[in-house]
Design a protein around this ligand. Structure first.
Ligand code: FES
Length: 167
């Protein structure tokens, strides 16, 4: 009887420890995904050839904590930090727009404001092309535009990634 009791106690403790570890791992992963990375402000970062930048999607570049996309011949470099409270804003492939998981701000492919509590569009980096590569200056950031008309005509193409989102 006492052996059975010890076994139950042991399994109960093991279960509690496992649940605690899973919760800690989940918390760490969530923070790691959502926090803005420290590379911003480091200065010029050489990235990719202009030919590699998509015109109908975005290319995530971890080294600049942001994304590259293109509008005709112009490359747009966006900082992934949400202008509301600073969460990382991921690209949603199914809707083809940026959707912030923290409070639901939504931005179009070039980072222009669509809806939500963010006060403006996503911020931009300055870029140049040197020796055939796009150089993103992570120390040169321009605030995104205030909410208003969008400069590209690209409505969402499908369901949003946000829980309870439109589409
Ligand atoms: S941090 Fe993105 S909507 Fe609040």
């Amino acid at each position: 009887m006492s052996q059975q009791y010890d076994r139950r106690k042991f399994l109960s403790r093991l279960w509690s420890w496992s649940a605690g570890l899973v919760a800690a791992a989940g918390t760490w992963t969530t923070w790691d995904v959502l926090k803005p990375k420290a590379s911003v402000g480091a200065g010029p970062v050489r990235t990719v050839s202009p030919d590699e930048v998509p015109s109908s999607g975005v290319l995530e570049i971890r080294e600049i904590s942001g994304y590259l996309t293109r509008v005709e011949d112009e490359v747009v470099a966006l900082w992934w930090r949400c202008p509301h409270l600073g969460c990382k804003v991921p690209w949603c492939d199914t809707s083809a727009q940026f959707e912030c998981p923290c409070h639901g701000s939504v931005f179009n492919r070039v980072g222009e404001y669509r809806r939500g509590p963010a006060p403006r569009g996503m911020d931009h980096y300055s870029t140049t092309v040197e020796s055939g590569l796009i150089v993103v200056d992570t120390a040169s950031i321009t605030n995104g535009d205030a909410p208003g008309d969008e400069s590209i005509d690209e409505p969402p193409i499908g369901p949003e990634c946000l829980e309870g989102g439109e589409g």
